[in-house]
Design a protein around this ligand. Structure first.
Ligand code: SAH
Length: 513
């Protein structure tokens, strides 16, 4: 179990949560020099403010258009899904996408119409949901006015359900669930049809708001850089050389970033810019310090480290969302014993989905190249083109990103004759099975697929960097985890998933409590 011990000097290079002695073994096609603008606290504050406004606006649109709360985490997933297709300049918010309607946002709102179903635990939950669904469906059709035929069908099904509810007082949980399933199956397509224009309108409004706010942030960023006489970098074509992997380097220099006050107290470090404070535990503070030392090339005296840490923490805070526990499910990590095993048994030395806060290896890929590259990131997965190496991927639960990941990995595997291997960890979803899983199950590069059963393994919390209680770091997985080995033949020859290795992997996953 994790020991939170700030006295241990070696901890920052190889603690129980990471191992920075491991050298990456990847060769990559060198990308174009990175022209993202350097993070600046003032700009990051503005970004935090506009994202907060956008979250509130999104919620009020869902209430006013559909009479529902904004679906939990759907704003966060919207950002991740948009980033798969976005070619704009803004690092967090969507700013240049071909389509203005996000399929992820659309799907999540539609799913909660006419009501968000609760986690049904007993008969009274089921009875309440069934009643509210039937009432909600009927009212929705009345309000929206649809063609006679659709309205007749929905009315018939909801009336039947309400009649059944009045009559059948002693029904079992299974009966209620069957009724609910049937009602959703029969009415769902009509509810979707009638709600589509208004839900699309929410998606469009959010996208255009995001574009406008991105422009506002960019203007502020540019004006600060201009005041500091920093010229914008010109885009340079990539040379396509094959090189050893290294963290992304921003070509635009940083201006002076302002003072950050740092207070360490009771295992927690607070970093404050003006009156805005961000926090992390001492262990992760040491981790960031060590990543910075290992990766940052433009600040040998470490004068900018605290301002850059502040920007990084503020960015993730903005990304996670304001509510307690929000965002953490999108940032949970594999246990450290699994990373150790993946390195020893399968030569893994990089994570394809990580952040400076949850990475195990010193080089990794992450959502934000601008804030994270000083701390070892080589940028987002879709902009990473390895030709050789062994990688772990534990993507956040965002379907479009997962699909894009599989497509990307398959293309990379098809193009390389050097050993290339991806070991992918994904929750066992079956109702319905996501396309990403279907595609991996039938992939010509799949060498092995195994399932780690629910409750027999654990994950690390996405809040590990703020918690000060060791026990809070790990939690038992309530879902099965599917593990896919996608490898080209050279990768398979070099890192085959043999029975012995898989046994060790299973062992590493088991809770040690
Ligand atoms: N590194 C840990 C935790 C993964 S959680 C592990 O491998 O177990 C998923 C991580 O993916 C989050 O930190 C999230 O910020 C990051 N992420 C989101 N979008 C990404 C993208 N496009 N490219 C790379 N990482 C991304």
């Amino acid at each position: 179990m994790v020991e939170i011990n700030s006295e241990n000097q070696d901890f920052s290079i190889s603690g129980s949560l990471w191992d920075f002695y491991i050298e990456p073994n990847a060769l990559v096609i060198e990308g174009a020099p990175c022209t993202l603008l350097p993070p600046i606290p003032e700009v990051e504050l503005l970004r935090a403010k506009v994202v907060k406004e956008m979250r509130e606006h999104y919620h009020s649109l869902c209430v006013s258009h559909e009479g529902i709360d904004a679906p939990a985490e759907s704003f966060n997933r919207w950002i991740m899904e948009r980033k798969v297709f976005d070619t704009g300049f803004e690092p967090l918010l969507p700013s240049k996408c071909r389509e203005d309607v996000s399929p992820a946002m659309f799907r999540e709102i539609i799913h909660d119409i006419p009501i968000r179903l609760s986690k049904i635990k007993n008969v009274s939950d089921a009875r309440r949901d069934l009643f509210q669904y039937a009432e909600g469906a009927r009212k929705l059709l009345e309000r929206r006015g649809v063609d006679f035929e659709s309205s007749k069908i929905v009315k018939w099904h909801t009336d039947e359900t309400l009649k059944w509810l009045r009559k059948d007082q002693n029904a079992s949980l299974e009966d209620y669930l069957n009724q609910l399933h049937r009602l959703r199956r029969e009415c769902g397509p009509y509810l979707t049809k009638v709600s589509t224009p208004s839900v699309e309108d929410i998606c469009k409004k959010m996208y255009y708001m995001s574009q406008e706010k991105s422009k506002l942030i960019l203007d502020k960023h540019l004006s600060i850089l201009r005041q500091c006489n920093i010229n914008l970098p010109h885009p340079v074509q990539p040379n396509g050389n094959i090189v050893s992997v290294r963290p992304t380097m921003l070509i635009c220099p940083s201006p002076a970033l302002g003072d950050i006050s740092v207070v360490k107290e009771k295992g927690i470090v607070s970093l404050t810019y003006h009156s805005d404070m961000v926090k992390l535990n001492v262990i992760h503070y040491q981790k960031l310090e060590s990543l910075y030392r290992l990766s940052c090339k433009d600040d040998p005296k470490m004068e900018l480290i605290h301002a850059r840490m502040w920007c990084l923490l503020q960015r993730y805070h903005t990304f996670f969302g304001p509510n307690q526990y929000e965002g953490i499910m999108l940032h949970g990590s594999l246990p450290t014993a699994v990373f150790k095993c993946l390195n020893e048994e399968f030569g893994v030395s990089m994570e394809c989905f990580a952040s400076p806060l949850n990475c195990y290896y010193k080089h990794y890929l992450s959502a934000f190249a601008d804030t994270d590259s000083y701390f070892g990131s080589s940028g987002p997965v879709m902009q990473f083109f390895p030709v050789q190496g062994s990688f772990e991927a534990n993507p956040p639960f965002c379907e479009e990103l997962m699909e894009a990941m599989v497509e990307h990995f398959e293309k990379l595997l098809a193009q390389s004759n050097s050993p290339l291997s991806f070991i992918i960890f994904i929750p066992e979803w079956r109702d319905p099975t996501p396309l990403s899983i279907l595609r991996m199950e039938s992939s010509r590069y799949k060498r092995k697929q195994v399932l780690i059963p629910a409750f027999e393994h654990q994950y690390r919390s996405g809040l590990q960097h703020v918690t000060s209680i060791a026990k809070e770091v790990y939690f038992k997985a309530v879902h099965g985890t599917m593990v896919f080995f996608l490898q080209n033949s050279e990768g398979f020859a070099k890192w085959p998933p043999t029975q012995d290795r898989l046994r060790n992997l299973f062992r590493a996953f088991c809770p040690d409590t």
